[in-house]
Design a binder for this molecule. Structure first.
Ligand code: UD1
Length: 427
């Protein structure tokens, strides 16, 4: 198993290119199932998660041309050989569940394993299933699988989500593109990845209005065609590197950045005393520290445009070295503070009470061996390691490989002392 060794205390300077967004790419890949024509995605991030989904799509009969390391991926779902997504594949990555809606919409049937829980909470898919039922699908949940059928096709429906869910909004939107008549999604999630998915679907011939707002209207069409779409840049990756620079100190320009999608994050960083210069036209964000201690900032995670839950762990690492006490409240997932005890191993002072973490900044963190527990938690340990004195070893970094492309390469290029070691290297 690989680990990362970090010697902290080096200021960062230079440029970090931001990759395509994982959370967008996964839904865009699922969209290829809606058409018999090829879909080409550019700015694709090479990650364990996108590769898992590529394997699942191939199991279903999709032809995938995506050379290793390439940022262009061609998907052709002309003929599916199966509409069954097996447990062994879906359990590896939750977003795989999103193949259900497109197959159901195009073929009238699909059988997809339930994704199961994950380290950050139960994460049910009841809202996804309620949306398909509203669109006239018959659903049977049996032996861990959802068997869905809509023999005469899906029908447009009025769907009011009881609370905001990114996955359910995207999944319902995918399916509604091929349903008969109009579908209205109320209380829809407004994450930028939803607008990105809608843009791609519109370029395939779908009729969608309002994506990015809380009401999305979709007029179903008989069929969709192929397209060429550039995956939006990853706002979570950009926010993560911005926080790494803020924690380690220095002056870094993020390039290919999704500038418009980062307001809540830029706001929190500015309140902490970090200089943030965003240039929308150039797609760049400059992050610069002032040499003064960081100010404590309270954040509450919330659906977009609020502060994203996927940056909560990273912000906690940053607040661990602020001067003063901040309160970080997690409102989206019930079990997303597993990084707190690991950060404490580096000397952070964090008290968790229910959905609140009270972080009292310390002057210096000190390197230690720590263990990654989930994707975003593991990168928070990297941020803390960059800010800490001495050596930090982060083990179980397969979590990181799920969502951060060439992390150690990008950080080394701006002066971080970070390297990957595998067990063989350790002898
Ligand atoms: C997506 C992102 C994830 C991010 C999350 C919240 C992807 C691949 N993942 O996850 O990185 O952390 O949005 O911004 O895009 N819920 C239900 N029933 C459902 C669906 C969701 O109860 O049917 C609950 C979840 O347990 C959670 C909340 O709703 O408490 C939000 O989940 P949701 O927005 O659906 O997250 P994901 O789409 O899974």
């Amino acid at each position: 198993m690989d680990s990362l060794k970090i010697i902290g205390g080096q200021p960062l300077s230079g440029e970090i290119p931001i990759s395509g967004a994982k959370n967008s790419a996964l839904k865009l890949m699922a969209a290829c199932l809606l058409t018999a024509e090829p879909v080409t995605l550019t700015n694709m991030p090479n990650l364990a998660d996108t590769r898992f989904l590529s394997q699942l799509l191939q199991t279903l009969g999709v032809e995938v041309y995506w050379p290793k390391g390439d940022s262009e991926c061609r998907l052709n779902a002309e003929k599916l050989t199966s509409t069954i997504a097996p447990y062994e594949q879906v359990r590896k990555m939750r977003a795989s569940f999103n193949v259900l809606g497109p197959m159901l919409a195009r073929y009238g049937h699909a059988t997809v394993s339930l994704p199961g829980g994950c380290a950050i909470g139960a994460r049910p898919v009841d809202l996804h299933l309620q949306a398909f039922e509203a669109m006239g699908a018959d659903l049977l949940v049996e032996q861990g699988y959802v068997k869905a059928a809509a023999i005469h096709g899906l029908k447009g429906a009025q769907i009011v989500f009881p609370f905001v869910s990114v996955g359910a909004t995207e999944h319902a939107m995918l399916a509604a593109t091929l349903a008969k008549g109009e579908t209205v999604l109320e209380n829809a999630a407004r994450e930028p990845e939803i607008a990105d998915l809608a843009d791609c679907l519109i370029s395939m011939g779908a009729k969608i209005e309002g994506a990015g707002s809380s009401t999305i209207t979709i007029q179903g069409v008989d069929e969709l065609h192929g397209t060429n779409h550039k995956v939006m840049s990853d706002r979570i990756e950009a926010g993560t590197y911005a926080m790494a620079v803020a924690a380690a100190g220095g002056h870094v320009t993020l390039t290919n950045a999704p500038v418009g999608a980062l307001s809540a994050i830029n706001h929190a960083l500015r309140n902490a005393g970090v200089k943030v210069e965003a240039d929308k036209d150039a797609g760049t964000i400059e992050i610069e520290t002032t040499g003064q201690p960081l100010a404590p900032v309270n954040v509450d995670t919330a659906p977009h445009p609020g502060f994203p839950t996927d940056l909560q762990a990273q912000f906690m690492a940053l607040m661990s070295v602020a001067r003063g006490t901040s309160v970080i409240r997690e409102n989206i997932f019930e079990n997303r503070f597993m990084h707190a005890p690991e950060l404490s191993r580096l000397g952070a002072n964090i008290a968790v009470r229910g959905s609140e973490a009270i972080v009292t900044g310390v002057e210096k963190l000190k390197g230690a061996p720590v263990m990654a527990t989930d994707l975003r938690a593991s990168v928070s340990l990297v941020i803390a390691g960059l800010a800490a004195q001495g050596e930090t070893t982060v083990s179980r970094i397969y979590h990181l490989d799920r969502g951060f492309e060439r992390l150690e390469e990008k950080l080394s290029a701006v002066g971080a002392n970070i390297r990957r070691t595998s067990e063989e290297d350790e002898g």
